[in-house]
Design a protein around this ligand. Sequence first.
Ligand SMILES: NC(=O)c1ccc[n+]([C@@H]2O[C@H](COP(=O)([O-])OP(=O)(O)OC[C@H]3O[C@@H](n4cnc5c(N)ncnc54)[C@H](OP(=O)(O)O)[C@@H]3O)[C@@H](O)[C@H]2O)c1
Length: 354
Amino acid sequence: MTKSMMQAAVLTRYGGPGKIEIATIERPKPKANEVLVKVYATPVTAADTMMRRADPAISRLFLGFTRPRNNVMGTGFAGKVVGIGAEVEDFAVGDRVFGESGLGFAANAEYVCVAADGVIDWVPIALSYVDAATLCDGPLTSYHFLKTLANVQAGQSVLVIGASGSLGTAAVQLAHAFGARVTGVCSSRNVELVKSLGASNVIDYTKTDFTQEQETYDLIFDTIGNTSYGKCRHLLTETGIYTTPVLKFSVLLDMLRTRLFSSQRVKFAPAGLLPPEKLRAYLDEITQLITQGSLRMVIDQQYPLEDVVAAHRYVDSGRKRGNVVLVPRAAQGHSRRENKKVSGKKESVQSKTV
Ligand SMILES: NC(=O)c1ccc[n+]([C@@H]2O[C@H](COP(=O)([O-])OP(=O)(O)OC[C@H]3O[C@@H](n4cnc5c(N)ncnc54)[C@H](OP(=O)(O)O)[C@@H]3O)[C@@H](O)[C@H]2O)c1
């Protein structure tokens, strides 16, 4: 492969994981306001798999109506700046950065170009690239839902449904860090993990139906969109909030209904549509929590970039614990060294060797 080429995960048709191909394509060149990042780690998220399927159908309006407008998959990345455009002042070659490319996609590749004033930040000193690559999924989204939408306060009681997923593992830790009492809902195999993240109470959904319990909550955060306000409203305090990052028509209807007729509230607003400066401010708060030791990333599986189809199949199973990350071949030795250096800070549930 020549220096101007790179490997990337490419999607030309919506559908199952088999639609993804590893292709050799031209390496992007940074525009005047962009940085070129050599990618050391890039996650496969539940949201990525939904975009692969164009699910819900309305997402085709911004993804591309009949086929993906941007062929190279993935939005999250962490890596090293290897080139900068003429107008870039904040970043320099050699900086360790992470972020997300949003609707520009193109992150599941060996190199990605990102606007210097987009969602990009420096990797906290103690964090590996693998951990940093996941910060714009679970932590950023959960921060937005818990802090901005629900304004979680110390002493409040918070129920996190799907507490072992990417958003859930972050939400349990964030709500705990904000001083809330956290109850997590997960399966038997994840009870100890969720407790270790700061949940004072864990409900194993394979044994107990939490909707039949007597406890009430100031906030119910259904990270996987498995329930509804109707099923949970009796578990909310009088002014309690139900929120989920999974958009359905019923959620919009319940938002309107509760606003008109109830002291309770249903809330939704996609984190990805917020302006970059707001998301960067959230990331500052999140990296501070990491530095204080209040937030750590849960990494389930790591795959080489060329195993992107297997990674999507695993995420599609709906059973991942925390995060799944791709590591491009050229970065593999480097990532392993970095992960070893910070292994004390990382929860590695099952790591596929890369
Ligand atoms: N709106 C936004 O801005 C935004 C941003 C990012 C993501 N999202 C969306 O957020 C959703 C969640 O993403 P995610 O990555 O956190 O999900 P995920 O990691 O794929 O969730 C899987 C986890 O949920 C657990 N689980 C499965 N069934 C469960 C149940 N009935 N009760 C409790 N836990 C259960 C699984 O463990 P077990 O199977 O062992 O229980 C697994 O650990 C996705 O739909 C994604 O598209 C929205």
